[in-house]
Design a protein around this ligand. Structure first.
Ligand code: SF4
Ligand code: SF4
Length: 98
């Protein structure tokens, strides 16, 4: 059965949802709380991030391998402060970005 993800543009198969990711790796760093905001700590990459290629070395099993790894959701796409403007999900779904 195809797993589908609900978006503002209707439902997408998970494979198409994941294809929106540009594999830039910029969400794969620790986030520090600064007051009410979360900011990316660029000196603290996930241990599974290969910084030279921006690739995850455990992508297929990332949620098992890395307890801190979070599945991208529409909520994150819309509101996560740590996602960069160039993130494929931000560009696609955040109001005023398309
Ligand atoms: S495990 Fe998750 S947070 Fe870590 S590099 Fe892979 S996708 Fe990024
Ligand atoms: S910041 Fe966005 S485009 Fe870049 S790896 Fe993370 S989810 Fe994918």
């Amino acid at each position: 059965m195809t797993v589908r993800v609900r978006t503002l543009l209707g439902e997408l198969p998970r494979s198409r949802w994941e294809a929106i990711c540009r594999k830039c790796g910029r969400c794969c760093y620790e986030k520090d709380r600064r007051g009410r905001r979360f900011v990316t700590n660029w000196r603290a990459p996930c241990r599974f991030l290969e910084e030279s290629t921006h690739r995850c070395t455990v992508y297929e099993s990332r949620f098992h391998a890395c307890p801190e790894c979070r599945r991208m959701t529409l909520f994150h796409a819309l509101f996560a402060q740590y996602l960069p403007p160039e993130c494929g999900y931000v560009e696609r779904f955040r109001p005023g970005r398309s």
